[in-house]
Design a binder for this molecule. Sequence first.
Ligand code: GLN
Length: 447
Amino acid sequence: LDRIEETEPKLNAYITVCEEEAVKRAEIADRELEKLSKDEVPELFGIPISIKDNINVENVRMTCASKILENFISPYDATVVKKLREKGAIFAGKNNLDEFAMGSSTETSYFGPTRNPWDLERVPGGSSGGSAAAVAARSAIASLGSDTGGSIRQPAALCGVVGLKPTYGRVSRFGLTAFASSLDQIGPITKNVEDAAYLLNVISGQDAKDATSARVPVPDFLAGLNNEVKGLKAGLPKEYFVEGIEPEVKEKVLEAVKKLESLGVEVEEISLPHTEYAVETYYIIAPAEASSNLGRFDGVRYTYRAKDYKGLVDMFCKTRAEGFGDEVKRRIMIGTYTLSAGYYDAYYLKAQKVRTLIYQDFEKAFEKVDFIVTPTSPTTAFKLGEKTADPIKMYLSDIFTIAVNLAGLPAISIPCGFDGKGLPIGLQIIGKAFDEATILNVANVLE
Ligand code: GLN
């Protein structure tokens, strides 16, 4: 709590600091501790963890960084939060994000932008920018974020920390405010790979409350961290090392690949030919699902309601017009358009078909290689305001992360050096479905 107080005036990485709630829970935990023998003490006993503010923590405000939820108090714990709590974790606060997780810079937050601890004039990435900045500044030991198109990995890269997006279905989404339900996954943002494995162990597993959570066994992700990587095969997709990428980013990623080679990993160039359609495909599918998911914020069920209105329809319209920010409205309009009669076949259905082609690219690649290495982001952290006026520019910052969500695969971003300005560079390792163990293992040997 002291560290939060010290860093917050500069960073704005938290929307809510749950001081009272955290202290209360810590006191309860203390009393319980007296009754426990040493080996009964839960693994995460007393460890403060911060949570992106689109995930529910019981009795704590959850805003999704939106005016429309400014005063919403969560009546329940998300499954991931419940699981952490059962292991003794304490929730110190709720991290800032782009409004409803729509963005790549944490600048669309109703509560103001978060700043990058490495350079306060620059963005931390997004949408889990508050989580990544907090972990980088050590005002959180670890955080949970959500990743729909890169929102865990890209901010982790821009802040020099570790971010893991699990396989779609590995972690329950119950209690995560839905943005694009077929893409969203919750995952850890941590100081190092070991902590990521640790948290993934705790939050993984099928959940009766999320029908898309998968019934697959959960291995011990810590156990395999130091396995030998000799003999593994890595793929370098040629489509990820082309125009638009900063030379220093490319250089550092290729240096890490050299290191893998020196450890006995076989590296080969691969092709993911439909990569060039990933951003376009995503920006049809994600807004379509968002436009449907955000229908629930109507002034009736959740807190914010416009003051002056004439009748029900006017109340809906004014509440949404006043409650949502520009980026959210842009997505709702695009999504409503692409789902409407006459356009559905041309846009949404077409995008779903391209999504299958993107998935098949990965399937083919994984017949030959065990994992894929790419940069996480084409650039290091950019300046605040640099991309806010041009949504397309902003959308392109996720060019290396988005295909992974469309294919439902796991991927991790780890730091791999700095550019000439002293800003961290991130490297992404993409794995086969439900094979987080391999990418964690490779990430750990590179760390
Ligand atoms: N930046 C992407 C978007 O704005 C991804 C966001 C996310 O992963 N939540 O949609």
